[in-house]
Design a protein around this ligand. Structure first.
Ligand code: SOE
Length: 383
């Protein structure tokens, strides 16, 4: 296949900047796509950091102003890996300039911004994708296939957790490069937008729209040093959030996220219980899908542990990797996301989850925060 260069302008150099850059490097080695990503420019306000990042990851040039990056004719795709409070301004400018956009999750700081962004991107008609990478873990993708094949029958329950423990110490600051996720002005919310957004995205992909939520949140550490002001400032994010909800299909959902679950670093799990079968998944054992089929012969009935790593086309993405049974990991979910995005662009079809899809997740997140404040059930708007 003759390759067309797709010149990437990366904005941001943190954890997500690295995860996406790795995907640009690897994707063409494993997936035959018409578009070949070219690492054209890396952008960060701090020139030294931008240069170090560009050198490390092989970007051809550096910009210190994202507007200059977007103005460049040789940039085809803008990748937004900056804190949430910058997503809107960058995405609007990139859409106006006709660039394809890959935006980190959550889409925006709040619903108001997400609505403006969705409208603008749809009017501009540019390819767009929001990085909810866990959809592209092969076992998670395969669960979607099993559900779509109708194997579960009527779904009754969806439960999901995302547990971490990295902010228990009161010494962790808020704000700044590594800890902006703790600053409400940069992040919009705490675990709701950062972690539950992943759970909500997968849940609605698997099980349809969430219509009503009832939540509680807690901020365990009320004041933290702000990395920029150097002063103790009130903490505005939710440290923990628990909510239950109703899905449009009549099933009930139960979600929990916290950064205070001592011993858990990134324990993302979900389980779905249907009339005929149940499926469960755990990020710490990401190749495995636990599957219970009530239709199995009685004496052999039990939970199967399927290692989603086989070739032959039945288990998503795995044909592109090593030999059957050999594992891939977290980084490859970003490679799959990019491979799909490149494919969709070549075919001229919309990618998922796009801005509108991410707006729906933002509606749920905002309803969750609203419900926690009011103590009431909140209806979720439909995108
Ligand atoms: C937070 O610690 C975080 O890095 C999230 O921002 C990511 O989206 C999640 O995948 C892992 O945890």
């Amino acid at each position: 296949m003759s390759k067309k260069p797709l010149n990437v302008g990366m904005i941001g150099y943190g954890f997500m900047g690295r995860a996406h850059s790795n995907a640009y490097h690897v994707v063409s080695q494993f997936f035959d796509r018409e578009y070949q990503p070219v690492l054209k420019a890396a952008c960060a306000r701090n020139k030294e950091k931008a240069e170090a990042f560009a050198a490390q990851w092989g970007y051809e040039s550096v910009e210190t102003d994202w507007r200059a990056l977007i103005d460049r004719d040789d940039i085809h795709l803008v990748d937004i890996c900056t804190p949430n409070n910058t997503h809107m301004e960058i995405a609007l400018a990139a859409a106006k300039a006709g660039k394809a956009i890959l935006c980190e999750k959550p889409l925006a700081l709040n619903v108001e911004q997400a609505e403006i962004m969705t409208k603008a991107i749809e009017e501009a008609g540019v390819p767009n994708l929001v990085s909810f990478n866990y959809r592209r873990v092969p076992a998670v993708t395969m669960a979607k296939q099993l559900i779509d094949e109708g194997r579960l029958g009527k779904v009754f329950h969806y439960r999901s957790q995302f547990l971490q423990d990295w902010t228990i110490s009161t010494d962790v600051p808020q704000g700044g490069a590594a800890t902006w996720r703790l600053d409400v002005n940069a992040a919009g919310s705490g675990v709701t937008g950062d972690l539950l957004a992943h759970c909500i995205d997968s849940a609605m992909w698997h099980n349809g729209v969430i219509t009503q939520v009832n939540a509680i949140t807690e901020t365990f550490v009320k004041e933290r040093m702000h990395a920029e002001s150097g002063k103790m400032e009130p903490v505005g994010i939710d440290d923990a959030c628990i909510f239950h909800c109703r899905f449009e299909n009549g099933s009930l959902g139960n979600f929990e996220s916290t950064r205070y679950a001592r011993g858990h670093k990134a324990l993302y799990t979900w389980e779905i219980n249907g009339e005929n079968a149940s499926i469960a998944w755990d990020l710490h054992d990401l190749h495995r899908l636990s599957y219970f089929d009530h239709g199995d012969e009685g004496k052999l009935r039990g939970w199967r542990s399927i290692h989603v790593s086989d070739h032959g086309g039945e288990q998503p993405y795995m044909d592109h990797w090593w030999v059957p049974g050999l594992a891939i990991g977290y980084a490859e979910s970003f490679v799959h996301q990019l491979a799909d995005f490149l494919d969709d662009m070549a075919k001229g079809v919309k990618s998922q989850p796009d801005f509108r899809n991410a707006l729906q997740t933002q509606y749920v997140c905002d309803a969750v925060i609203q419900s926690a404040k009011s103590g009431q059930w909140v209806d979720v708007k439909k995108a």
